[in-house]
Design a protein around this ligand. Structure first.
Ligand code: NDP
Length: 246
C-alpha cells in the first residue's frame, strides 16, 4: 500500500479511545509519526502497541487539556524535536451535561468550555507556527451537528462546538495564502463512549463504528486537500459550504 503520510508528523488529541484512537491508528498506518495525547495512559499504551505491531511509530503525551501551560510546552517540545508539524487533529472533547440552560452548574459550564473551546484555541496558538513550517500543514477540528441543530438541552455542548467552528473559519481566513488548510468535521452519531453518555437508551449497533468514521476523516490530512474553512460532513462524505444549510 502506498503510504500517503510517509514521514509526516501528526498530533491527535483525545487519542486514548473512540474516534481519536482510530484516527491516530489510521494516520500511523499511512506512515505518519503520531503524537497521541489524552489523560488515560492505558488507552494511549494500547494505541502505541497497535501502531507498533503494524510497523508504525508514536509518541505518547499524557496531558489533561485543562493544563494550558502544558499545551504551550507541547508546542515547544514538538518544535525542538521535529521543527514542524504536518497534521493537527483537535479531536478531544467532552459532552458536559444535557440540561436546560438555566440548570447547568457553573463549574460544569466552565470545565466544558475549558476542554472543548479554550484548549482548542490554545492548541491552535501553540501549533500554528509549526503547521506553517510544513509543506502541506493540515488542521482538523472536531465539531458536531449539535453546533447547528439548536436542540433543547444540548446548549452547552452546542455552544462549544459552534465556538470551535468559528475559530477554524477565522484561522482559515488568516492562513488562506499559505499551504495550510484547516477544516471542521461533523463526524455524525458514532458508536463511542461519549455517544453512549448522551443517548444511553440507543442501540450502539445502529451506529457506525469509530473506525468507519475515522476512515472518512483521515483523507483531510492528505496534501491534495484544497478546501479550507469548511465543515466536512462525514455522513454526506463531503465539505459543506457555510452558505449550505448543515
Ligand atoms: P470519547 O468520549 O470516546 O473520547 C473523547 C476523547 O477525548 C478521549 O480520548 C479522552 O481522553 C479525550 N479527552 C476528554 N477530556 C480530556 C481532557 N481534559 N484532556 C485530554 N483529553 C481529554 O468521544 P468520541 O470519540 O465520541 O468523540 C471525539 C470527538 O468527536 C469529540 O470532540 C466529540 O465532541 C465529537 N463528536 C462525537 C460524536 C459521537 O457521536 N461520538 C458526534 C459528534 C461529534 P481521556 O479521557 O483519556 O483524557
Amino acid at each position: 500500500m502506498t503510504q500517503r503520510l510517509k514521514d509526516k508528523i501528526a498530533l491527535v488529541t483525545g487519542a486514548s479511545r473512540g474516534i481519536g484512537y482510530q484516527i491516530a491508528k489510521q494516520l500511523a498506518a499511512e506512515g505518519a509519526h503520531v503524537i497521541a495525547l489524552a489523560r488515560t495512559v492505558g488507552g494511549l499504551e494500547e494505541l502505541d502497541d497497535e501502531i507498533k505491531s503494524a510497523g508504525g511509530s508514536a509518541t505518547l503525551v499524557p496531558l489533561d487539556l485543562t493544563d494550558g501551560s502544558g499545551i504551550d510546552r507541547l508546542g515547544g517540545a514538538i518544535h525542538e524535536r521535529w521543527g514542524r508539524l504536518d497534521v493537527f487533529v483537535a479531536n478531544a472533547g467532552m459532552l458536559g451535561v444535557l440540561s436546560p440552560i438555566g440548570h447547568i452548574e457553573a463549574k460544569t459550564f466552565a470545565l466544558t468550555m475549558e476542554v472543548n473551546v479554550n484548549a482548542t484555541w490554545r492548541l491552535i496558538r501553540s501549533v500554528d507556527p509549526l503547521l506553517r513550517k510544513s509543506e502541506a500543514g493540515r488542521g482538523i477540528v472536531m465539531s458536531s451537528g449539535a453546533a447547528h441543530s439548536a436542540k433543547a438541552y444540548w446548549g452547552l455542548y452546542a455552544a462549544t462546538k459552534a465556538a470551535c467552528e468559528a475559530l477554524v473559519r477565522s484561522w482559515a481566513n488568516e492562513t488562506m495564502n499559505t499551504p495550510l488548510r484547516v477544516n471542521s468535521v461533523n463526524p455524525g452519531a458514532t458508536r463511542t463512549a461519549m455517544r453512549k453518555l448522551a443517548m444511553p437508551g440507543e442501540d450502539p449497533k445502529t451506529l457506525p463504528t469509530a473506525r468507519e468514521v475515522a476512515a472518512k476523516i483521515v483523507p483531510l490530512a492528505f496534501s491534495d486537500v484544497t478546501e479550507t474553512g469548511k465543515l466536512f460532513d462525514v455522513r454526506q462524505n463531503r465539505f459543506l459550504d457555510y452558505r449550505d444549510p448543515a
